[in-house]
Design a protein around this ligand. Structure first.
Ligand code: BF8
Length: 637
């Protein structure tokens, strides 16, 4: 077993595939990282600016010349602007996804789209009631039309009022606190700094405007707008995606799934769905599993069609349909290298352009489907919701047609596969708790559960794949801290067996007893990255039950292998909601001492939530536990 492969990943399936890549000379993301060394120090510190053509400028981190950009921008201004833009991009990615769901719900409601339907009428009514929409004596399509209108309005409204979804879902105490901060900042500085988002699109555009040449240079003002934009993602854009996808495709329920590359089956046509939006993946699964397609696969010599997920669209499918998950982000190249993938079908976000070139080494059809993610070298089959059935059939058929071209001598599927109990939507959590958060609050009050940690985010090729995810999770449950989470962390935890019922044995005595009584693992899969909104809703429910602010609760977040701009948005909306958030690797802010101070110390005082940077799972778990214990003491428990 290659030493190099073991340095790159903690996942035995990945190590096997990395060994194979080394033998066969397939280039991987790890190889490309090496070719990029040494990476730019200014970029890592966040002190390079290329926002106008007088630059690019960079600031000397040791206080020597150049200390300012050509326009006079300081390191803090540059760092703040860069970070704000990262959050705007991340928020926009989640929120644009939510927009797609809202627009589809409208089309289904008015009968324009016949290829989709409303699956979960109970959830529809619950969302409508929360939004203040009348449900009595009305058809579910009428209600759905109104829900879609409210959601669509959150994107483009122009008045100054906070976004309706945020108003109806964020606990009142938090809204009040944000308003008080706005007033206090105005009184103290004379500058208007808003925190409550007015419109989803508006807050991202605001950042694009204020970071244009010659606009906002004030680190505090830039950071407050960053929080406002991120809050429009968490409490609106992502929340809309989650809620409407539940209405369209069903609210996740608890189920057992299989995780890791072993979900691929050498005797079947394997179709992997990768990306983020279940509008595509739900349809591909439905069509792929139809008798018509299974029969077509048998005709070309396969036993049928097998569908597996990857990354967040994989999380969406696993939560709702129980589809097996082939892996998280760093598995995407490795999956193709098994030589057993007939089609990798992608929509948007977290898709390496390298997959097109790699697919050419195999018979794999690398199929892009979305105009927002066209990739040179891919086969593009344009997806269109109104013709979803026909297009999904075409996509699945392309996979089936590729099966006879499979080179059997290239097939190598690692046998690693784990069981994971998944599907912990807030609704399911409430169901297992008997209808209210009270038993969870009691367990926390008694100390059997010290607190709750939410872990999110990616794989980052700079961090050994899944190691931080696995070790931090184990350290936390050992300390009687319940772990919930989403995204590529959740897939990493599932692959490592941490979502299996047997993981109860790794938990501390208090947490173990609670998990045994409820028959759940100590590590709960709450979905894809837009489903971080489920964690916000759960935090809100706990805060309202206790009549306290979210920042008073023994909650803490972590993104230990993060890498995307979406993760910046997620971390920031948790901070804006009052939750302390750990980050590793360090974000590109350390070149701006004032920005670093605002995000780590200033935010704590203002928002209750703040960022902290820590390296190493044990040190991180220790710090997270200390934060939880601090909160418990303040609550008097
Ligand atoms: O939205 S965890 S690598 S797949 S960004 Fe991407 Fe990060 Fe994975 Fe999902 Ni989230």
């Amino acid at each position: 077993m290659s030493e190099l492969s073991r340095k790159r990943s903690a996942d035995p399936a990945a190590i096997e595939m990395l060994n194979l890549a080394e033998r066969k000379q397939y280039e991987t993301i790890w190889d490309r990282l090496e070719k990029q060394q040494p990476q730019c120090g200014y970029g890592q510190l966040g002190t390079c600016c290329r926002l106008c053509t007088m630059g690019p400028c960079r600031i000397n981190p040791f206080g020597e010349e150049p200390t300012h950009g050509v326009c006079g921008a300081t390191a803090d201004t540059i760092v703040a602007r860069n970070l704000a833009r990262m959050a705007a991009v991340g928020s926009s990615s989640h929120s644009d996804h939510g927009r797609g769901a809202a627009l589809l719900l409208k089309e289904v409601a008015i009968g324009k789209n016949k290829d989709y339907r409303i699956t979960d009428v109970e959830k529809l009514k619950a969302v409508a009631t929360r939004l203040g929409i009348n449900t009595a004596g009305r058809s579910y399509l009428e209600i759905a039309s109104d829900v879609a209108d409210v959601a669509i309005n959150c994107f483009g409204k122009q008045d100054e009022e906070p976004i309706i979804f945020l108003q109806k879902y964020m606990p009142k105490k938090r809204i009040e606190r944000l308003k008080e901060i706005e007033t206090m900042l105005f009184e103290k500085t004379g500058k208007k700094m808003g925190l409550l988002p007015r419109g989803i699109d508006r807050e991202a555009v605001d950042i694009l405007h204020r970071t244009h040449f010659g606009c906002d240079a004030d680190p505090l003002s830039l950071m407050m707008q960053t929080v406002r934009c991120a809050l429009s993602d968490g409490w609106a854009g992502s929340l809309i995606a989650t809620e409407i996808q539940d209405i369209l495709f069903g609210t996740p329920t608890i189920k057992t799934v299989k995780a890791n590359l072993g979900v691929l089956d050498a005797e079947y046509v394997n179709i992997i769905i990768h990306g983020h939006e279940p509008i595509l993946s739900e349809k591909v699964v439905e069509i792929a599993l139809s008798e018509e397609m299974q029969e077509a696969a048998r005709k070309v010599g396969a036993k049928g069609v097998n569908v597996a997920g990857l990354c967040c669209t994989g999380n969406e499918l696993l939560m709702r349909q129980g589809v097996g998950i082939a892996g998280n982000e760093l598995h995407s190249e490795l999956a193709i290298m098994t030589g057993a993938v007939e089609a990798m079908v992608v929509d948007v976000q977290c898709i390496y352009p390298s997959l097109a070139k790699l697919s050419n080494c195999f018979h794999t059809q690398f199929i892009t489907t979305n105009e927002q993610a066209a990739i040179p070298g891919a086969i593009h089959i344009q997806f269109d919701e109104e013709k979803a059935n026909d297009i999904a059939r075409k996509i699945v058929q392309a996979g089936i047609d590729a099966f006879p071209n499979r080179d059997k001598s290239k097939v190598y599927i690692p046998s690693n596969i784990s069981n994971a109990i998944v599907g912990f939507s807030v609704e399911e959590i409430l169901k297992i708790l008997g209808g209210s958060v009270a038993p969870l609050v009691d367990a926390i009050a008694k100390g059997s559960i010290k607190g709750v940690a939410g872990i999110v985010g990616c794989n980052n090729v700079k961090v050994k794949q899944d190691l931080y995810h696995q070790e931090l999770t184990k350290e936390l449950i050992k300390r009687d801290i319940l772990v919930i989470g989403t995204g590529c962390w959740a897939i990493g935890a599932a692959k490592a067996g941490l979502m299996d019922i047997s993981a109860q044995g790794l938990a501390g005595e208090g947490l173990k007893a609670v998990c045994k009584a409820l028959d759940i693992p100590p590590v709960l899969h709450m979905g894809s990255c837009v489903d971080c909104s489920r964690m916000l809703v759960l935090a809100g429910a706990l805060a309202e039950h206790l009549d306290v602010d979210i920042s008073d609760l023994p909650l803490v977040g972590s993104a230990p292998e993060w890498m995307t701009e979406k993760a910046v948005a997620i971390g920031t909306y948790f901070v804006g909601s009052g939750v302390p958030v750990h980050l590793w690797p360090a974000p590109p802010i350390l070149g701006g001492p004032e920005v670093t101070k605002i995000l780590t110390e200033g935010a704590k005082e203002l928002l209750g939530g703040y960022f902290f940077i820590e390296e190493g799972p044990e040190a991180t778990a220790k710090r997270m536990e200390e934060i939880i214990l601090e909160k418990r003491t303040a609550l008097g428990i």
